[in-house]
Ligand binder design. Structure first.
Ligand SMILES: Cc1ncc(COP(=O)(O)O)c(C=O)c1O
Length: 429
């Protein structure tokens, strides 16, 4: 008998990982298990599930087969030991941190992060009595010097939103691990098609599945993926290694080994925070992932074409796309993102706020909204929307000029996107 093939290709896994024909009905598409709860086989089975002696469905806030299929697919693509899905990307980040932190702890994060993450970290961590330091994402000495005895995690984005800076993941993992600290990476903008941070030494990856993974702007979702390789019993993480008062004294790391962090994340943090994904969203998001590699290739080639057009335009002051050959991030792009630097970037209009507003109002293919990672091209003018309350000086401090425009390049024809921009830029001129 020949050995059965082991299918490894990314395109194949994006379609098949986590998905099996339903054994009862033969349904080929993933069934949507729209249920809150599951009938137990008997009382003994029920007790074993609640004791975590057996892994089984108890209540849909903690697990659901449709969501499980999505979790398996994302974990497979990122190369993790498992994943836990959440209602949104921010819910995933919160739970991922909540699982490892306790009052008095300290977090070091890159300063170039999604604005919602900055707000979440600044306010939520303070409420949890956790200290926070933001450091320049590319200043490795700053990360090293920020480490304290109570530091529990380094956090950064593979591709920063919206600055477009690229993180040196392998170097950061080295600095973090020398001190016994976990490295957590938000891989939303890259997706596992462009970069897999766990392969470069990261310990935990988070996603806003809402964006490129889902890919169609229909459903919110988040995910946390773990490598299973970090030693949570190294003395820095009593909250994971020692008996948990929230789970009748269970020692998660000792009991579940490789799965200890994820078990605690699901059976305590997801259980208690309650920010679970809906089964219908899981169905849509898993279906989106089936075309992830095809979409990402088109997103990237369109982004490169649009960025090159903008860089050559006399109407543009600067284009901040790491995929341009002139970008300071090219060495990091070549190492971590050989398939491309993603499809979200900013550019500056010399005419400031007025020019920004005019550009947005004269675009027709680009949708003016606050999201990224849709098949459709999206645009936003931070100075008049997300950062509207800030003066020009405050905008400059946040790295956003009055004429800065952020685009998320979709999968339409690049030539049509360029024509749309050309027309709108002509209206400003
Ligand atoms: C890089 C990044 N991470 C996380 C999030 C938060 O995701 P969600 O909106 O799904 O909560 C966003 C949202 O824009 C994002 O851009």
């Amino acid at each position: 008998m020949p050995t059965p093939p082991h299918f490894k290709g990314f395109h194949t896994r994006a379609i098949h990982a986590g998905a099996r024909p339903d054994p009862r009905t033969g349904s080929r598409a993933q069934p949507i298990h729209q249920t809150t709860s599951y009938v137990f086989e008997d009382s003994e089975a029920a007790a074993a599930y609640f004791n975590l002696q057996e892994y089984g469905n108890t209540y849909a806030r903690i697990m659901n087969p449709t969501i499980g299929a999505l979790e398996e697919r994302i974990a497979n693509l990122e190369g993790g030991v498992g994943a836990v899905a959440f209602a949104s990307g921010l819910a995933a980040q919160h739970a991922a941190l909540f699982t490892m932190l306790q009052p008095g702890d300290h977090v070091v994060a890159a300063s170039a992060l999604y604005g919602g993450t900055v707000t979440q970290f600044k306010h939520l961590l303070r409420k949890m009595s956790v200290d926070l330091d933001f450091v320049d994402a590319n200043d490795l000495d700053a990360w090293r010097s920020a480490i304290r005895d109570n530091t529990k995690v380094f956090f950064g984005e593979t591709i920063g939103n919206p600055s477009g800076c690229i993180l040196d993941i392998e170097a950061l993992a080295g600095i973090a691990h020398d001190a016994g600290i976990a490295l957590m990476i938000d891989n939303t903008f890259a997706t596992p098609f462009l970069c897999r941070p766990l392969e470069w030494g990261a310990d935990i990856v988070t996603h806003s599945v809402t964006k490129f993974l889902g890919g169609h702007g229909t459903s919110l979702g988040g995910a946390v993926i773990e490598s299973g390789e970090f030693d949570w019993s190294n003395g820095r993480y009593p909250v994971i290694a020692e008996p948990s008062p929230a789970y009748h004294g269970l020692k998660f790391h000792e009991t579940f080994g490789t799965f200890g962090y994820l078990m605690k994340l699901r059976s305590e943090s997801l259980r208690d925070l309650g920010a679970c994904m809906s089964p219908f969203n899981a169905f849509l998001l898993a279906q989106g992932i089936e075309t992830l590699p095809l979409r990402m290739s088109q997103h990237v080639s369109n982004a490169e074409a649009v960025a090159e057009y903008l860089a050559a335009s006399p109407h543009i002051a600067a284009v901040h796309y790491a995929g341009l050959p002139t970008s300071q991030y090219q060495p990091l792009v070549q190492k971590y993102l050989p398939r491309g630097a993603g499809a979200v970037f900013c550019f500056d209009l010399p005419g400031g706020r007025d020019a920004g507003v005019k550009l947005i109002e004269n675009l027709s293919l680009f949708s003016h909204l606050a999201n990224v990672g849709d098949a459709k091209s999206l645009v936003i003018h931070p100075a008049t929307t997300t950062h509207r309350q800030l003066s020009d000086e405050e905008l400059a401090a946040a790295g956003i000029g009055p004429g800065t425009i952020r685009v998320s390049i979709g999968i339409e024809d690049a030539q049509d996107l360029i024509q749309d921009l050309e027309y709108a830029l002509g209206c400003i001129a």
